[in-house]
Design a protein around this ligand. Structure first.
Ligand SMILES: CC(C)(COP(=O)(O)OP(=O)(O)OC[C@H]1O[C@@H](n2cnc3c(N)ncnc32)[C@H](O)[C@@H]1OP(=O)(O)O)[C@@H](O)C(=O)NCCC(=O)NCCS
Length: 173
């Protein structure tokens, strides 16, 4: 059986099996601590019966007025536990929290080349709101899709009307 529970500080020393994935970003410790301190309800981990970390989600709520939204900062499931619906469960949890906080939508950024993740988010009801040019830096910079899903508060689904043109990272609000 899989347990979903709040992420704890000591999980940072046990999640290498998840983060070794090249599409999973590893941040500095202060970044994780900031999320744990400010948005602990948005930082959840999946644990196997033997205590192994199977995956996690880290997010936050931010924005003013109709921009008030839930944001997925990181989502990753260890390779041996994929295709079991675990990422979907973590996303549902983040959406429920965002509904309770009366957010208008949930959004996330994903590499345009990450076809598996883009397909998964589409299956979960997300659509591309805008393309962000050279959002990910590296040897070759890569664009991101900013994907969104409207929540029940956004009755007219205004938050997900796609922008007709790409934006640069410095234009993000
Ligand atoms: C993307 C990721 C989180 C998906 O995790 P997961 O637990 O395997 O996803 P789920 O089992 O919940 O899949 C939900 C749906 O997504 C789609 N999907 C997931 N993996 C897929 C794959 N390898 N190929 C095709 N579709 C896939 C399917 O539609 C799937 O539903 P189905 O199994 O009923 O067909 C996981 O592959 C991962 O951790 N990747 C590396 C990190 C990453 O890319 N994170 C996202 C960055 S924004």
């Amino acid at each position: 059986m899989t347990t979903i529970r709040p992420f704890r500080c000591d999980d940072l020393f046990r999640f290498n099996n998840v983060n070794l994935d090249p599409l999973t970003e590893t941040y500095g410790l202060p970044f994780y601590m900031q999320y744990l301190a400010h948005w602990p309800e948005y930082f959840q981990v999946l644990e196997s019966p033997t205590g192994q970390i199977m995956g996690y989600i880290m997010g936050k709520a931010e924005g003013l007025g109709e921009q008030w939204h839930g944001h997925v900062t990181a989502l990753s499931v260890a390779p041996e536990f994929r295709r079991l619906g675990l990422a979907g469960k973590l996303m549902n949890g983040l959406e429920e929290i965002s509904e309770r906080k009366r957010c208008y939508f949930v959004d996330l950024f994903v590499r345009v080349s990450n076809k598996v993740a883009v397909a998964m988010y589409e299956k979960l009801g997300y659509s591309v709101y805008r393309r962000v040019l050279e959002y990910y830096s590296g040897d070759v910079d890569e664009d991101a899709f900013d994907m969104r899903k409207a929540l029940s508060r956004d009755t007219e689904k205004k938050s997900v009307i796609p922008l007709p043109h790409p934006v640069r990272p410095d234009e993000l609000d």
